[in-house]
Structure formats: C-alpha cells, structure tokens
Design a protein around this ligand. Structure first.
Ligand SMILES: [Zn+2]
Length: 256
C-alpha cells in the first residue's frame, strides 16, 4: 500500500532524516524547554509508520524510545542523528520524576488531524477500515477542513487563555497553551475540557486530557510526509493550500 498525500508529500528516507538532523537539529526549541521546564524527555519513533529505519533498530519498530539521559545538546544531537527518527516527540509532563504525584504539571495541548474528520473526497476512514488505504493518508479537502476547524478552535481558546502557540504538524495542527494555570490543571478538569472541545472540534481528546503525554517537537521533521513541524500565525490558516505547498518545506524537498 502506498501513502497517498496531497501536494506530493511523501515519506522521507532514512538518509534524508539523518541529513536533516545533522544540519537542522532543533536546538533552539529544546533550549527553550530546558530553560522553562524541570525536565525535557525526547522520545523517538525509529520508523514504525513508514517502515523505514536502520536495520539495527528493528527491535524498536512499533515502539517509542525515550531518551532519558543525555549529557548536553551536542550529545543529544548525536543520538538523534544516529536514530534518524521518523518522528521526534517530547513528554508533555514537565516535572522531574521524583516530584510527579497525582497531578503533575503538564502542557495543555490540542491535536487536530485529518483522520478526525469524515472526508467524502478521499474516504480515508472507509478505505482504512476496508484495508485498502494506509492509516495516515489524507487529501487537500480534509486538510482544508482541519485548517478551518483549527482557526475556530484557536479563537475559542483565545477567550480562555492568553498565551497560545499554533504549530503546523505536517499533517494537521497543534495548539499549545503556555499559560501557567493550564499547566496546573488537574486530571478531571483536563478530561472535562477535552470532552467538551471534542464534541465540536476534530481533536484527539486523549492528548488534551493528558492520557497520552507526547507531542511532536517544533523544529523536528515529520518523516511520514517530509515536513518540518513549524510554528505559524493563525492568519495563515486561511490559506491551507499554501501551507501544504510551502510551510515547513525541508531543504531536501525544495525544488532546484
Ligand atoms: Zn480527505
């Protein structure tokens, strides 16, 4: 089965991923988190979805590998270059293990993807259930719908929080809430908010509820579609075609 994406998006090769992290390791994004948070735990997927990975990492296929220890950013960079991961995430729980009790401080995030909207054009869900399409295919129509839903969710959240960051994830969008009060929300409040928002918007409620605590690292490469995870302005959401064509385009995919 082949991955069917709009705008000629395609999975990256392991060599492209290695080269990307050698040249464009997202140092500033990591430094920012290290400055503000107690802990920063990078997590890699060596290539579960594209099934492209170095043979020696075969045992990690279908798993997520936490990089719990690294000496400094150069050491972390060499580890990431070595994994040449398909996906690079971080744990959203921001406190050190020994301080994690019942309600650890956690980043509040909203994750919107094409698989959460019904699409008559690519019939993604139907084909996936029939076994005739890969799980993560999407088309420009469902992407456009997700962009519009994200625009509306962003304005809704603006009424409740002041420090929001919008990120293009490669296939959809993330909204990160950086207000301190959001980090301190307890489990019940998170669950309630996730349930409420999921009724109206195509989010993954488990991520907002904090049941899944992984988020794609801004500045990393989404190896299934060969796009850089890129912060953007909400006004850019009105032109989804442009996002697919030009936003987060890595050097190796730029037309010569
Ligand atoms: Zn579609």
């Amino acid at each position: 089965m082949k991955f069917d994406f709009p705008a000629d998006l395609r999975p990256s090769s392991v060599e492209e991923r290695e080269e990307f992290y050698r040249k464009s390791f997202p140092r500033e994004f990591i430094e920012d988190k290290l400055d503000r948070w107690d802990r920063f735990v990078p997590v890699v997927d060596v290539g579960s979805d594209s099934t492209r990975y170095r043979p020696r990492f075969k045992q990690y296929k279908g798993k997520l590998v936490r990089i719990n220890e690294f000496e400094d950013l150069d050491d972390l960079k060499s580890k990431i270059v070595d994994y040449a991961p398909e996906d690079l995430y971080y744990a959203t729980t921001i406190e050190k293990e020994d301080r994690i009790e019942t309600n650890p401080e956690k980043e509040l995030v909203f994750d919107l993807d094409p698989e959460n909207v019904e699409c008559k054009n690519c019939e993604r869900k139907k084909k996936y259930l029939e076994g005739t399409a890969e799980e993560y295919v999407f088309c420009d129509e469902c992407f456009g719908e997700v962009a519009e839903e994200t625009r509306q969710l962003f304005s809704f959240l603006k009424n409740h929080f002041s420090d929001l960051q919008l990120v293009y994830s490669g296939r959809g969008f993330h909204i990160h809430v950086e207000d301190m009060e959001a980090f301190r929300m307890d489990r019940e409040d998170r669950r309630e908010l996730a349930g409420k928002v999921a009724k109206e918007f195509p989010i993954d409620p488990a991520i907002t509820a904090g049941e899944k605590d992984l988020m794609r690292l801004p500045g990393s490469l989404h190896g299934l579609v060969s796009k850089i995870v890129t912060p953007m302005e909400p006004s850019e959401l009105s032109d989804p075609e442009r996002i697919l064509e030009v936003v987060g385009q890595p050097e190796f995919r730029q037309v010569e």
